[in-house]
Design a protein around this ligand. Structure first.
Ligand code: HEC
Length: 192
C-alpha cells in the first residue's frame, strides 16, 4: 500500500514538472545529484548489470527473420523438450556445480551460465548478455517454464543467443532439473 502511495506521489510530481512552462523549468534549481560511494557504484554495476540498451540488444524477438511464423517455430521447438522422470525440480547442490562456478577454474563449467548471467552474488565474474538471475526464486516463475528455457530456449524465445543446452545434448534432463532447483530453491545461494 505504502509503495502505491509513494509511486502516486512521484507520478504527480512528474506531471507537475511536465506542465511547467519551459522557461520556468530552466530556472528551477537543479536537484542536487547524490554522490555515490565506490561501494554503491560497485553494487549498481553488479545488481543492475543489464542496462536498457543491453536488454534491447539481447532481445531475441528482433532476431527472428522476416516471414517466419513464430508460433510454429515455438511449437516445433517445444515438441523437442524431454523431461526427467522425477520432475523438473532436482537437487540444487548438483545444479550449482552444473551452473558453473568460474572459481572452480573450468572444472564445473558445463552449463557455463556465468558467461552470460550473474547468479550467486558472491560470484562477481559474470556476464550481462542475459539478465541477472540473482534472487530468481522471488520472481514467481513456474519451474517448468524455467526448465523449458534451459532445455531449449527457442521454445520460448526463437533465435535467442542462449544456447539450447538440452536440445543439443550438452545437459541431460536430470541435470537441467538440478539447475532449475538451483534457481528456484529458496535455500540456494542464488536466492541469498
Ligand atoms: C550465450 C549467452 C547465454 C548463456 C551461456 C546462457 N544464457 Fe540464459 N539467457 C541469455 C539471454 C540473452 C537471455 C534473455 C533472452 C531470452 O530470454 O532468451 C537469457 C534468458 C535466461 C532465462 C530467463 C530469464 C528471465 O528473466 O526470464 C533463464 C532462466 C536463463 N537464461 C537461464 C540460463 C541458465 C541456467 C544457463 C546455463 C545453463 C544460461 N541461461 C546460459 C543468454 C545466455
Amino acid at each position: 500500500m505504502k509503495k502505491i502511495v509513494i509511486a502516486g506521489a512521484f507520478a504527480g510530481l512528474g506531471l507537475l514538472v511536465a506542465c511547467q512552462p519551459a522557461a520556468q523549468r530552466a530556472e528551477a534549481p537543479k536537484a542536487e545529484k547524490k554522490k555515490l560511494s565506490a561501494e554503491e557504484k560497485f553494487k549498481i554495476a553488479l545488481f543492475k548489470n543489464q542496462d536498457k540498451w543491453q536488454k534491447a540488444c539481447s532481445n531475441p524477438t528482433q532476431l527472428v527473420p522476416e516471414g517466419i511464423d513464430i508460433d510454429t517455430f515455438k511449437k516445433e521447438m517445444l515438441a523437442t523438450v524431454k523431461y526427467p522422470e522425477g520432475g523438473v525440480m532436482g537437487d540444487w547442490k548438483k545444479g550449482e556445480k552444473l551452473f558453473g562456478d568460474p572459481r572452480k577454474q573450468g572444472k564445473s563449467l558445463r552449463g557455463n551460465c556465468y558467461a552470460c548471467h550473474c547468479g550467486d552474488p558472491t560470484v562477481i565474474a559474470c556476464g550481462n548478455i542475459g539478465p541477472s538471475l540473482r534472487g530468481y526464486a522471488k520472481r514467481g516463475k513456474d519451474p517448468k517454464e524455467t526448465y523449458i528455457r534451459i532445455y531449449n530456449s527457442w521454445a520460448q524465445n526463437p533465435c535467442s543467443v542462449m544456447p539450447r543446452l538440452g536440445y543439443h545434448g550438452v545437459l541431460k534432463p536430470q541435470e537441467i532439473a538440478d539447475i532449475v532447483a538451483f534457481l528456484h530453491d529458496p535455500s540456494s545461494p542464488i536466492n541469498k
